[in-house]
Write a protein of this length. Structure first.
Length: 192
């Protein structure tokens, strides 16, 4: 006699299962939620809630890009989640993200890489949410313009113009960060 409970399997009318459509995108969904919530714990909760919603409403999935469909659910869940708690934005150190199996470079190279990553992270943090969302989904998650349009529920032309504006805003933010860094460095050396 088998004591295990049968596992429910959600299937779509076209034969695709929930596991095939949603589960491959959980890591990317977490990265999107982390970007939108700016908090690791909230991002985990958002992805869990979005996964439950996706499972519950899987029968409404009409085919196409499961990734874009799931990202739309994650995005909408994030919007609803913001009202749960307003927390101070903090960046926690993630040991796994910052460690690697490759051999370490020389200290100067590592310092420059860290400085560049810090500047980029600060510049991204200063972008408006709509620009940050577009850049994260396109540049980090690799969504096509059509998938972006589906995930964000906006016309493809708006995706293209929004990405252009977002990239320009990132360039401007990076220029501002670089100028601020140079000014701080100059200030420090002039005191010596």
């Amino acid at each position: 006699m088998n004591d295990e409970c049968p596992q429910p399997v959600a299937t779509h009318s076209r034969g695709a299962t929930f596991d095939e459509v949603v589960l491959p995108h959980l890591d990317a969904a977490y990265r999107l939620a982390r970007c939108l919530t700016r908090n690791d714990e909230d991002a985990e909760d958002v992805v869990q809630e979005a996964s439950l919603r996706a499972f519950r409403y899987f029968r409404t999935f009409t085919g196409g890009s499961g990734r874009a469909w799931f990202f739309r659910i994650v995005r909408n869940t994030c919007y609803g989640w913001r009202g749960h708690a307003s927390r101070v934005v903090t960046d926690m150190f993630d040991e796994e993200q910052h460690s690697s199996d490759r051999p370490a470079s020389d200290p100067e190279t590592l310092l420059l890489q860290t400085a560049h990553a810090t500047v980029i992270a600060r510049a991204m943090r200063n972008l408006p949410d709509r620009f940050r969302r577009l850049l994260v989904l396109r540049e980090f998650e690799g969504l096509s313009y059509r998938e972006l349009a589906n995930a964000l529920e906006i016309p493809i032309g708006t995706v293209m113009s929004g990405l252009s504006r977002a990239r320009q805003a990132l360039r401007d933010a990076l220029d501002s960060e670089a100028n601020a860094s140079l000014a701080a460095e100059y200030s420090n050396t002039s005191r010596s």
